[in-house]
Design a protein around this ligand. Structure first.
Ligand SMILES: [Zn+2]
Ligand SMILES: [Zn+2]
Length: 319
């Protein structure tokens, strides 16, 4: 028997390498349960001004100025589908740059289209001002899909500098009327109109349903009693509800009666949901820099003892 020629040996080696390579490819591509999952990823939990808050002299803010690791990014929620690779972002905050990095976590994206879509809740600075980074002074984005109510879309089209993003096609507006469900990849999303200070646009929260779970995201709302929907019904309809916890209690705003504070206090939300047996679905988010849930471990423990949770960046919820 003649020995295998160098050519044949080379073919065998290459074939073997090919098979090993294929096996490796298959092994890498074989989906693990975690990798197929769709989930929401908390990317920030602070009220619009973030932490440190401009002009704030309290310990929380002073500490965060000394130690950047103690900064708290503005509230934003990522929607991740590991099966399709898609990433969506609810709200474009002033912390958009680092939040997109965290959302993509090393995923390759088109450089000028770093996210598959942005959903806006309303025209307050912590929720849409990050769009400015899509403009030509920064990314010069290429038709990033922006989903917003017709009112919010009209505001962006009619007012600079946002109008320039639309004219130059750095963003592409998709009007999403409140109450009407739409599809984003495998996610089904419904904007829900909520009462809030609507100077420039109306305000919505989002109900998101994925292949294996659902959530409600309402980072800003006036008192629950003013909502045309019933809080308990909306929370019961989902697995988890991330809700406005701007203020912990009335002591944070001296000189103002509880009734005058235009947000549900943490205790008010917690009491209602606990009475309905729904506290375990509550996740508190959108903390003003005065809210003790940002620094007071005892207050956090008291909330958690009720079954509710205090959102932190990096938290994940299956969708
Ligand atoms: Zn806000
Ligand atoms: Zn607001």
């Amino acid at each position: 028997m003649r020995p295998a020629s160098c050519y044949e040996a080379g073919v065998i080696v290459r074939a073997t390498l090919l098979l090993v390579g294929l096996a490796a490819t298959v092994a890498v591509a074989a989906p693990t349960p975690a990798a197929t999952g769709a989930h929401a990823l908390v990317l920030g939990v602070a009220q619009d001004g973030g932490v440190p808050h401009i002009g704030c002299r309290q310990e929380l803010c002073a500490t965060a100025r000394r130690d950047p690791a103690r900064r708290v990014a503005v509230a934003s929620l990522g929607l991740v589908d590991e099966a399709t690779g898609e990433r969506f972002l609810i709200d474009a905050t002033p912390d958009l740059e680092s939040q997109l990095e965290r959302l993509n976590a090393g995923r390759e994206t088109e450089r000028r289209r770093p996210v598959d879509g942005v959903l806006l809740t309303h025209a307050h600075v912590g929720h849409y001002a990050g769009l400015m980074l899509f403009g030509r002074e920064a990314l010069g984005a290429d038709r990033v899909a922006v989903h917003a109510t017709p009112g919010m879309a009209a505001f962006l089209r009619a007012n600079g500098p946002w109008s320039q993003l639309v004219e130059q096609r750095q963003v592409e507006l998709h009007e999403r009327p409140p109450g009407e469900e739409f599809a984003l990849g495998r996610f089904r999303v419904t904007p829900l109109k909520v009462p809030h200070r609507d100077e420039f646009s109306d305000t919505v929260g989002y109900r998101v349903r994925g292949p294996r779970g659902s959530l409600l995201y309402v980072p800003d709302v006036d008192k629950w009693e003013k909502w045309e929907r019933r809080l308990e019904d909306e929370v019961r309809a989902v697995d988890v509800a991330l809700l406005d916890a701007t203020f912990f209690d009335a002591q944070e705003i001296p000189g103002r009666a509880i009734a005058d504070i235009p947000h549900p206090l943490v205790g008010e939300t917690l009491d209602r949901l606990a009475a309905a047996g729904l506290a375990s679905r509550l996740v508190l988010v959108h903390f003003n820099h005065t809210n003790r849930l940002l620094w007071d471990a005892g207050a956090v423990r008291a909330v958690e003892a009720s079954g509710a949770r205090v959102a932190r960046s990096g938290d994940r919820f299956p969708l």
